[in-house]
Design a protein around this ligand. Structure first.
Ligand code: MG
Length: 377
């Protein structure tokens, strides 16, 4: 029985993780959960899973979590990690706040199934050091990285000539840059293929998400940026590919359902039965389309490559500026294209730190957010 501590339990990935766990009660036990502010949903989860011993919440709880160890406030996730007996951390939180729990679990010697991109985007260099020091592992939950991870099985990363990450192009893929000027929040939130959280849906439309995924891939698979490519693929059926030195290309295909990557991260190297409503039927798919990435139309990808190559605190600045800008866009304070400007300006203005400590990354993150806020006020 694998004991799971799930951070971000009430979000999109968190809910689907619980579904996977509930599909295999003989394999997994949920022993700890945390959430941001959605206390009602968290309370329901705790009631449904008597195995839960530890509960974390960003706000002070009003409900009664009787008999549970409850932690709340800024450090609730870290306290959950230190006060929970678990075998695998599923980090399904969104944002920079997910970095510290990843580092704490690895330092405790416990592997992490990682859906929190920011752990690698903002804290890649630190996470890499921590993995080497503690001999722990990360299991990717992002669909693209899970695909690459699956394609790599039985081969060495040394034999890889390049990773090919697929990108749907997001909700505005059929619009020109001119047509992006006055797009609304509702339009931006309508992703053609995936039903996801708000932040990541906006990040898909700006292509920032794909930039994040390139940086994630760099750290997860220890490959230089020159070996990581992005290709536009309308259908989101090929979740990503690996080309080897002999030009064999391996791909992983599947429906747009995060439960497969979640389950594979939980069961690796085994594959268990997974109940899906709409498993992929190739005869109904018929056509798969691919196009070269258009860097003029999607300038954020190049920006992310540059920030990724520089390493240091650049990922933290990139992410902090984006988190702030997306929040402001969702609140109607800035336009869609202002998100790009926010990121470019923050990267230009914030001081570069080559080998940052956690505290310096936290400062860079805060600095980037403040910079973006002030820029538009
Ligand atoms: Mg993804």
């Amino acid at each position: 029985m694998k004991k799971i501590l799930l951070l971000g339990a009430t979000g999109s990935i968190g809910q689907q993780t619980i579904d996977v766990i509930e599909q295999h009660p003989d394999q997994f036990q949920l022993v700890g959960v945390s959430a941001g502010v959605n206390e009602n949903k968290l309370h329901e989860i705790v009631k449904k899973h008597p195995s839960i011993e530890v509960v974390g919440l960003a706000i002070e709880p009003k409900k009664n979590f009787e008999g549970k160890k409850v932690f709340f406030g800024k450090e609730n996730m870290v306290e959950c990690i230190h006060n929970c007996d678990y075998d695998l951390l599923v980090n399904a939180t969104v944002g920079f706040r997910g970095l510290k729990p990843t580092l704490e679990s690895l330092n405790k010697g416990i592997d992490v199934a990682l859906a929190n991109k920011e752990s690698l985007v903002a804290g890649g260099t630190l996470v890499r050091k921590t993995l080497a020091k503690t001999n722990t592992k990360l299991y990717p939950i992002d669909s693209e990285h899970s695909a690459i991870f699956q394609c790599l099985q039985g081969n060495s990363e040394k034999e890889v000539s390049r990773l090919i990450i697929t990108a749907s192009g997001g909700s505005f893929r059929n619009r020109t840059r001119k047509e992006l000027k006055n797009v609304s929040v509702e339009q931006a939130l309508a992703h053609p293929n995936w039903n996801m959280g708000k932040r990541i849906t906006i990040d898909s439309a700006t292509m920032v998400n794909k930039g994040f995924e390139v940086i994630e891939a760099h750290y997860l698979f220890d490959l230089p940026f020159s070996k990581i490519d992005v290709v536009l693929h309308d259908e989101s059926i090929i979740h990503s590919m690996v080309e080897f030195d002999d030009h064999a290309i391996m791909a992983q295909l599947g429906s747009a359902d995060m439960r497969l990557p979640i389950q594979y991260a939980l069961t690796y190297p085994s594959r268990l039965v997974l109940k899906e409503e709409h498993p992929l039927d190739m005869t109904k798919t018929r056509e798969l389309h691919f196009k070269e990435m258009d860097n003029e139309r999607f300038p954020m990808l190049k920006v992310a490559y540059e920030a990724g190559r520089k390493e240091g605190n650049q990922g933290a600045v990139l992410n902090g500026a984006d988190e702030q800008a997306v929040e402001m866009f969702l609140n109607g304070q800035i336009s869609f294209l202002d998100i790009e400007t926010s990121i470019i300006k923050a990267l230009e203005h914030i001081e570069y730190i080559q080998d940052p400590t956690y505290e310096q990354l936290e400062e860079s993150d805060l600095h980037a957010r403040k910079f973006v806020k002030n820029y538009w006020n």
